[in-house]
Write a protein that binds this ligand. Structure first.
Ligand code: HEC
Ligand code: HEC
Ligand code: HEC
Ligand code: HEC
Ligand code: HEC
Ligand code: HEC
Ligand code: HEC
Length: 668
């Protein structure tokens, strides 16, 4: 009974929708198609739900890079070599890294040597492997439930282990948080726990069908109920088939992920809000740096490079709302995303070129190559015009340049010399939005400076925008809001200006509106903290504001352990141990390897004169980081409990990195 009533209801809803769709089409023939799974009523159902009816697509898709993009750390998913390998040495930090399997678990070990002695040894169990291994395998570990990247990557093309991309410049060791932005490009639709940065409630294994087709609940429901459309003649509006979208929206699906720059969200939007069929710039804009004499390209930059091509520009000049595979040119003219490029016959790519470019003699749409056949030899269109090359951002990896051009083809076998071509940055441009708003551009500059490249140029550009808006007047909060201006001043470390703007420039209402914005609260806390640093000899009231704002930040994001650590750290320094300690203990239950939180606990125990507990806590912190400030506290404590030998050993080690001023206070 129930099920048949359900069936009727579905038919009716589907019927109405089809009618609505038809009416819309009659009245406004040029209107964009509207798929019914763009709205909130459609939900994600996962790849298994598609497998039953589309087993062919499912089987080949699982062999693609996208299908294998993310897995649990199990032997079968690792493409790395573990035989006769040497530890990777980070010269800058004097640390070694070594990967190994033990009882079906993968570990990454970090150690430091002093002669023959191992003076630091930390190992973390790897929980996930990211990267199909077509280029790399990188590794994640989990502290409590918090997801972090581990500092070792296997580069499959060269068959070597090395630090992960970017770590050669700045090795964050085990501390790089894996957030929603990162995972929203590398797997099926993820979800983080409210109030957290890197705790995932949902983390599917591998990019799945719905990332390109949109949420599948409606479609599955209708097909299971026998509501079938003849898709040779009509569109099934219950799920997006990308080839039915206008070319611009097709490219938006792919460049949701294949365009790695500084992604600036529209107000109120989340990274997980994009659904195939939407305009990407309604969710976020991607900003990339422009360089003088640019030729190098970033790994996840295929979408930008391709769109620079004359082929792309000239073929898609016309109606934004159409796609005709014989006229328009998008990624899917060449790629069938259900089949790996590794299993795709090279002819498919070359045929695509020839479908538009014919030799001069034939009746041709566009003139073909003017290089003689003799000169081409056995090389194909793609060999010369889409050469494989080093990328700007990933070491030991080569990919295909998707900027189809003449210049690229002139000397394809010679790799691009990045050191020569990768010149000075000149600014940022919005790849998927020709006219970004002023505040957004401002945001793009300050976040680019913070996240990608601390080049003063970016802050200078931000300043230029600000003064062009404000003129010589007092800073106005109308165009560039309070949040953005505080953020800007924070990047400049202009703490007094921050406080002046916050207390005098902004209204009560403007401040109130940001009470739930953890980052603004945090930045203000830092400003108050720096302006009147915690000093036990002075009036403790000075700390009150910093503490209050750290607390606001923590309350706005209770599962961000860094905020908790800042908050409890200032509490502890202000000798409010009874308030700090229970919060710290609770935090450590969720995240036992948070160095700063351990330091805070050690400090509380020290205040309570529990020497033994304090020593054991500081030892835990030191085990995480051989250059932890915990070492200095330990020297003090060992001396206090009469373990001078231990103190001396640490003292010798501390000499290598600690501030000599602090060290001078001891004598042995
Ligand atoms: C119960 C069977 C069934 C399930 C489950 C199912 N499909 Fe389909 N799908 C079909 C049938 C039958 C068609 C062709 C007829 C139609 O669209 O009504 C189809 C068509 C499609 C189309 C083409 C639509 C068009 O207009 O060209 C896409 C895309 C699609 N499915 C994707 C998916 C995805 C993704 C999933 C998993 C979320 C999925 N399907 C789950 C049966 C199913
Ligand atoms: C959810 C993010 C996402 C979307 C959407 C996406 N890709 Fe990908 N794609 C990736 C990632 C990540 C990789 C690399 C995966 C790996 O190897 O670990 C990849 C790999 C690929 C590869 C090489 C892997 C192979 O085996 O073929 C091709 C080709 C590709 N994507 C094309 C496309 C096209 C075309 C579209 C649009 C129709 C698209 N992608 C949409 C994230 C995405
Ligand atoms: C805007 C989307 C996006 C974001 C954000 C992003 N990536 Fe990627 N990443 C990609 C795409 C797309 C590729 C594949 C490029 C290709 O195959 O040419 C890639 C490649 C990789 C690879 C190499 C995969 C392989 O073997 O081919 C790794 C590992 C990786 N990214 C890790 C990360 C981590 C870790 C983060 C976050 C801290 C991150 N990425 C953030 C889109 C993204
Ligand atoms: C990276 C993007 C992407 C992913 C992931 C993806 N598809 Fe597709 N899918 C496409 C594109 C693009 C088309 C249109 C291809 C064409 O006909 O040119 C398509 C077409 C389809 C169609 C209809 C056309 C046909 O040949 O029947 C079905 C059904 C389908 N996909 C199912 C799936 C299933 C099931 C999965 C997951 C196992 C999946 N897709 C994963 C991009 C994707
Ligand atoms: C959908 C049609 C289409 C496809 C497919 C296509 N092109 Fe083009 N291509 C064009 C158009 C249009 C132009 C602009 C010049 C013109 O009108 O002839 C162009 C221009 C070019 C140019 C000159 C670029 C310059 O810098 O002046 C080269 C080289 C080129 N194409 C090579 C290729 C290669 C190689 C492929 C396959 C990898 C390819 N094209 C695929 C349509 C296409
Ligand atoms: C003119 C054909 C063509 C078009 C259009 C095209 N690609 Fe490719 N793509 C290729 C070729 C050729 C390769 C290399 C295949 C191989 O490994 O042999 C490739 C490889 C890739 C790879 C694997 C990494 C690499 O560079 O080797 C990714 C990812 C990718 N393409 C994404 C895209 C995306 C995203 C788009 C659209 C923005 C796109 N491609 C448009 C021809 C094309
Ligand atoms: C051996 C390398 C090589 C191969 C193979 C090759 N090209 Fe070219 N192609 C070039 C070079 C170099 C130029 C620029 C020549 C010049 O500017 O005088 C060029 C020019 C072109 C142009 C621009 C013509 C013009 O004057 O605007 C097109 C279009 C083109 N190639 C398409 C193709 C297609 C399609 C194929 C495959 C059938 C192909 N090429 C194969 C190297 C190659």
């Amino acid at each position: 009974m129930l099920s048949s009533r359900h069936w009727v209801a579905v038919i009716v809803i589907a019927g109405i929708s089809v009618v609505v769709a038809t009416i819309v089409q009659c009245k406004a023939p040029k209107a964009e198609p509207t798929f019914r799974n763009l709205g909130d009523s459609a939900t994600y159902v996962g790849i298994q739900a598609c497998k039953g009816c589309h087993s062919d697509k499912h089987a080949t898709f699982l062999e693609t890079g996208m299908g294998m993009s993310f897995h649990k750390a199990e032997k079968q998913y690792s493409k790395a070599n573990f035989v006769r390998i040497k530890p990777v040495y980070d010269k800058k930090l004097d640390l070694y890294y070594f990967p190994y399997w033990q009882n079906e678990s993968l570990y990454i070990q970090e150690f430091r040597l002093n002669g023959r002695d191992t003076i630091h040894n930390r190992r973390e169990k790897i929980t996930h492997i990211v990267g199909s291994g077509q280029h790399t395998n990188s590794h994640f570990w989990t502290d409590g439930e918090h997801l972090y990247q581990a500092p070792l990557t296997f580069y499959t093309q060269k068959g070597i282990w090395d630090l992960p991309p970017g770590y050669e410049e700045f090795n964050t060791r085990f501390n790089r948080k894996i957030d929603i932005e990162c995972m929203s490009c590398h797997t099926g639709m993820p979800k983080t726990k409210d109030g957290s940065v890197n705790i995932f409630e949902k983390l599917p294994l591998g990019i799945d069908c719905e990332r390109c087709h949109g949420p599948g609940s409606l479609h599955v429901q209708e097909k299971s109920n026998g509501i079938i459309v003849d898709t040779r003649k009509q569109t099934d509006w219950s799920i997006v088939n990308p080839k039915r979208l206008p070319w611009k929206l097709q490219v938006d699906i792919c460049q949701r992920c294949h365009l790695q720059g500084n992604n600036v969200l529209k107000p109120g939007k989340k990274f997980t809000d994009f659904r195939p069929g939407m305009h990407l710039d309604s969710i976020f804009t991607v900003y990339m740096p422009t360089y003088k004499g640019d030729a190098a390209f970033v790994m996840a930059g295929h979408a930008e490079r391709f769109q620079m091509s004359a082929c792309f520009k000239s073929s898609n000049k016309g109606d934004l709302n159409k796609y005709n595979a014989n006229i328009n040119f998008t990624c899917i003219n060449c790629h069938n995303p259900h089949v790996s490029v590794k299993k795709t016959n090279q002819d498919r790519f070359n045929q695509t070129c020839v479908s538009c470019h014919q030799p001069k003699t034939k009746k041709s749409k566009h003139e073909g190559c003017n290089l003689s056949a003799a000169m081409r030899g056995t090389r194909t269109c793609v060999n010369c015009h889409m050469p494989s090359s080093d990328t700007r951002d990933i070491p030991h990896v080569s990919i295909h340049d998707h900027y189809i051009s003449k210049t690229n083809a002139i000397n394809p076998s010679k790799p691009i010399d990045i050191s020569k071509k990768y010149g000075q940055p000149t600014g940022l441009h919005a790849v998927n939005n020709p006219n970004p708003g002023t505040e957004e551009l401002f945001q793009a500059y300050i976040t680019y400076f913070e996240k990608f490249d601390a080049n003063a140029l970016y802050m200078k550009e931000a300043k230029r925008i600000l003064s062009s808006v404000n003129g010589d007047n007092e800073p106005s909060l109308d165009v560039i809001g309070l949040e953005a201006q505080i953020h800007y001043l924070y990047n400049q470390q202009a703490f007094s200006d921050m406080i002046a703007l916050w207390e005098n420039g902004a209204s009560e209402g403007q401040r109130e509106a940001l009470i739930g914005d953890a980052w603004t609260q945090y930045r203000m806390a830092v400003a108050y903290d720096k302006k009147s640093p915690t000093d036990l000899t002075e009036d403790k009231k000075q700390d009150a504001k910093a503490i209050q704002y750290y607390r606001n930040a923590y309350e706005a994001m209770p599962l961000n352990t860094d905020f908790l650590a800042e908050y409890t750290g200032t509490l502890a320094k202000a000798l409010r141990t009874e308030e700090a300690k229970p919060l710290i203990l609770q935090g450590l239950k969720h995240q036992p390897k948070h160095e700063q939180l351990l330091m805070n606990l050690g400090y509380c125990q020290y205040q309570e004169k529990q020497w033994k507990s304090a020593i054991s806590t500081y030892e835990k912190a030191l085990a995480l980081n051989p250059e932890s400030q915990a070492m200095l506290s330990l020297i003090d404590l060992y001396v206090a409990v009469g373990q001078k030998d231990k103190a001396r050993v640490l003292y010798e080690r501390a000499k290598k990195w600690a501030d000599p001023k602090i060290l001078r206070s001891w004598s042995f």
